[in-house]
Design a protein around this ligand. Structure first.
Ligand SMILES: [Zn+2]
Length: 79
């Protein structure tokens, strides 16, 4: 992550938020009774949150490879 890149910071905040949501839902799922209505709803929510988290993670990688080329210098993709 680049401290000086607003897009990196935005993407990492999104990822952190998605992770918090995912972990929180998983915790609630573990505490719910299997087979109950809330268990089924939470199962769906956990799956959706996992996808959001994965998408956010992927966005970071795509942004980093596009905007911050490998090598770690200050080169930026501006094409
Ligand atoms: Zn960046």
């Amino acid at each position: 992550m680049r401290q000086d890149c607003p897009e990196c910071q935005r993407l990492w905040r999104e990822y952190a938020s998605a992770t918090t949501t995912h972990v929180g839902l998983e915790s609630r799922l573990r505490q719910s009774e299997q087979g109950s209505a809330s268990f089924e709803a939470l199962t769906r929510d956990v799956s959706a949150a996992a996808r959001v988290r994965e998408t956010a993670r992927q966005s970071i990688h795509e942004h980093e490879s596009a905007a911050h080329a490998a090598g770690g210098d200050t080169a930026k993709f501006d094409g």
